[in-house]
Every structure is written in C-alpha cells, then in structure tokens.
Design a protein around this ligand. Structure first.
Ligand code: SF4
Length: 455
C-alpha cells in the first residue's frame, strides 16, 4: 500500500512519534468518536489503559501528557508550546471532567495486545459510572494510528485513488519507473498528484525542509540539560563551538565533514529529546538522520550534483518518501515491533537513497544505496536507557547519518547493479525484528537500558 509524502513526513513535538504523537492522535480520534456519537456532553470520567511498550516506556517518552493533550483537542502539528495540565481536563475543548494523569492513565506493564505492542484502550463513562464508549487504538509507528477494526482490515480492502501507480515492492517500483521513464522522485510526485494539487505538495516539501533546518539551527543554538533523570548535557552547541574555533585557527582535518554531519544530527535529536518541533523521518526517535544528510547535500553535495540546492532537496525528500513507503508496506517503522532497525535503520536507508537521487544517481543506484544502508543496520536493537529517547538514540542518529552518506557514496561508485535487492533486505529486516526478543523492542528491559546503571 502506498504511503503518502504527507504521512511519511509528519510535523510535531518530540520525543517519540509512536509514544508521543501517535497516542496524542489516538486520544484526539477517541474524542472525535465521542463527538460523532453525540456522547461528548455525557462523559463524566475517562480512563486510558496503555499496553506493551507504551506501558513500559511511556513515562520516559512523554506518553501520558501526550494523551492528555489529545483529549484536550490539541493537534500535534500545530501545537506550539505544551500547555499546563491541571486536574480538570476540557475534553475536546468542550466538556470539563476531572482527570489526573497519574491515576486515570493506567500503564498495564504486564499486558500486551495481540495486534501490536503499542496499544491504548479509551473508556468513557457517564455520571452514573456506566461505560458509554470504549475504543482500542494502536500507535503503529511514525505517528500513524489505527483502530482495532482498521488493524484487521485486509490489504485488498484498501481502495487506491484512481491513477495511482501502485507498487508493493521495490521490484514493482523499479518496473513502473522503467515503464514510465521516470525517476523515483517523479513517481512520488505523480502519486501525490492523485491525492492533492501540485502547489500543495510543493508547499509541503518546502515546509518539511524548513522544519528540519530550523530544528538543526535551534539545536545548535540551545545549550543546557535535556529533560529527564539522566541529566544529559546537550552536546550540539559544544561541537559547533569547537568546529568554529578550528575554522578560525585555520586548522585542517580531512574528516571535518563527519564532524559537521554529527553536529547536525545531534542538534535535531537533542531538540527532539527536549520536546522540540521535528519531522518524523520516519520517526521522531530517528528524526536527526535525514536533516543531517539534507544539510550535507545543501552544504557539500550539491556542488557535484546536476541540480540546484532547492531542486535537489525536493528530489531527496520525494525519493526518501517512496523508500519509506516500501518499509511501511512490507516491514515496520516501529521500534516496538522491529527494534531500532525500523527507526534509525529506515532513516539511514531513506537518507542514503535520497542523497543518491539528489546527486543525479540512477534508480538502480538509489535502490543500491537504500539496500546498503539497511543491510548494515540489520539486528539493531531498541533499548533506550531509562525509557528516554536519549541514550543510545542521539548518538545513533549521528552514526546513522554518517552511514547514510557512506552508503550513498558506495552506491555512486558502482553502476547500480548489486547482489542483494532492497526487497530482500526489507524482508530480512522484518524477519530479524520479529525474531528479536521483545526485551530489545522498546521495552527498556534489556541491553543498554539494563546494563547502564543510570535509572
Ligand atoms: S533506540 Fe532507536 S528505536 Fe529505540 S527509542 Fe532510540 S531511536 Fe527509537
């Protein structure tokens, strides 16, 4: 199933798309359901149950306040500054109810729902205590939410818009590109045209690039400590100061570009960890990889590219979007489902593919780059220390961004022919993720989360 550019790149407040943005959207959907059923004014109490990974790492990932914001009718994309949460909640901006997040959001730490590890159950009752509405949702990655009914919909129940060039695998994607004589970016543009107008898409591309770049600039300019029990210092401002200092002293270092890429990824990942505005690419935990590679392209890559910085940026993002669509259709971008392969691994794959396309590489080289980038992220676990999107997440974004540039360079040195197909590596990533012990899938029960004595 095709995932639109608009769904791949969501804009919102960090630190986690599956644990912050998704739950916020699920809560907003429940309020909408109450409204549609004319039940909103009858709600006197509301309880929310969190299951699986949401229950285990929700505290560190900001899930509880995100649920409250969603119930208040706030939108993840437009919310500027998180409002204070009192013990009276204005449900859907209309109905005042008593709501204490510590008591009314219940983390069911020992239970997981069968459909997906990120489950939420909303239960609304009236003044007499009778249950008037109940719904289960799942936060399936990248901020996307599905109801229990939607989880059970078969692939063939989905109706594609007329004219869409539907692809289910990279093999099919490449066949369409060859048949229509288009690049992957042009294919994405064509598909988006079946959903919305060309100016709307162009405006969205510009907005996505702008939010990514703003997150880099804010991250570089903001010193201090990250929220949470780790009391981690933000490192981007120090890295930047050191780079500037070296520049003014005329010190040369052949690997300075790596320092810059690290800096840009750190800046965004630290913004995300502080609840700043970022773009899911494909998730918030991995939101630093693509902006770092985009800035690398604008600063260094486009000098050797056939495109202007603006055109290359468009191509990079449109290509990355198509690659993400493949992962969403055939695997997962949820750390709770497949570990960090699905987050930083997919981000690395998207960024490598996008960079090759922006550098003027062929569709085959784009596939090669996406494949190399994921092949060397296979088995990457998710084990955030103290359930915070900080360790190993922030450094991992930097490593993922540098790896993406390297994968792109490897692909550009070849002619596009390669031994492992992107389809094979996506299937392997999904299989590996399903075989990972659940403790290594965003539960903070093992790995670094267990062996680093921090919490
Ligand atoms: S380890 Fe990776 S998947 Fe897990 S929270 Fe951090 S960035 Fe997300």
């Amino acid at each position: 199933m095709y995932t639109s550019f608009f769904d791949v790149f969501s804009i919102g407040i960090g630190p986690s798309s599956s644990h912050t943005m998704g739950p916020m959207r699920a809560a907003a959907r429940f309020v909408q359901l109450l409204r549609e059923r004319s039940l909103l004014s009858r709600v006197a109490r509301l309880h929310v149950h969190l299951y699986g990974s949401l229950a285990l790492t929700g505290y560190g990932h900001g899930t509880l306040s995100a649920v409250a914001y969603g119930l208040m009718g706030l939108d993840a994309e437009t919310m500027e500054k998180p409002p204070p949460i009192s013990e009276t909640l204005l449900l859907g901006k209309e109905q005042a109810i008593p709501f204490r997040i510590a008591d009314d959001i219940i983390a069911e730490e020992k239970q997981s729902l069968p459909e997906h590890p990120n489950g939420l159950r909303f239960c609304a009752s009236d003044a007499q205590g009778a249950l008037i509405c109940e719904q289960v949702y799942f936060s399936v990655g990248g901020g996307a939410v599905k109801s229990r009914e939607e989880m059970h919909l078969a692939e063939n129940d989905h109706v594609s818009p007329a004219g869409l060039w539907e692809f289910h695998s990279c093999h099919e994607l490449m066949d369409i590109c060859a048949r229509e004589h288009v690049s992957i970016a042009q294919l994405t543009r064509h598909n988006e045209a079946t959903l919305r107008s060309a100016p709307e898409l162009s405006a969205r591309i510009r907005l996505v690039a702008k939010v990514m770049n703003s997150a880099i600039d804010r991250g570089i300019a903001t010193p201090g400590t990250l929220p949470g029990t780790l009391h981690m210092q933000r490192r981007a401002p120090q890295i930047y100061a050191r780079l500037e200092d070296r520049f003014h002293r005329n010190e040369t270092d052949a690997l300075t570009i790596i320092d810059w890429i690290n800096l840009w990824a750190f800046a965004v990942a630290e913004e995300n960890a502080s609840g700043g505005r970022v773009v899911t690419a494909p998730t918030m935990g991995s939101a630093g990889v693509l902006p770092a590679v985009l800035r690398y392209y604008e600063r260094y890559g486009c000098k050797d590219s056939p495109y202007s910085a603006e055109k290359g940026t468009e191509i990079l993002l449109l290509t990355a979007s198509a690659v993400c669509s493949l992962y969403r259709a055939n695997a997962s971008i949820s750390g709770a489902e497949v570990g960090c392969q699905g987050e930083v691994g997919v981000a690395c794959s998207m960024a490598a593919a996008g960079l090759v396309a922006a550098m003027g590489g062929s569709n085959q080289q784009v596939e090669n780059a996406a494949e190399i980038a994921m092949e060397h992220n296979l088995g990457l676990t998710c084990d955030p220390v103290c359930g915070l999107v900080q360790v190993p997440c922030i450094e991992r974004n930097a490593i993922g961004a540098v790896k993406a540039v390297n994968a792109a360079r490897l692909a550009m040195r070849g002619n596009g022919s390669h031994f492992v197909s992107l389809d094979s590596v996506i299937a392997t990533m999904y299989e590996t993720g399903r075989h990972l012990h659940p403790n290594y899938r965003e539960t903070s029960l093992a790995g670094l989360a267990k062996n680093v004595p921090a919490c």
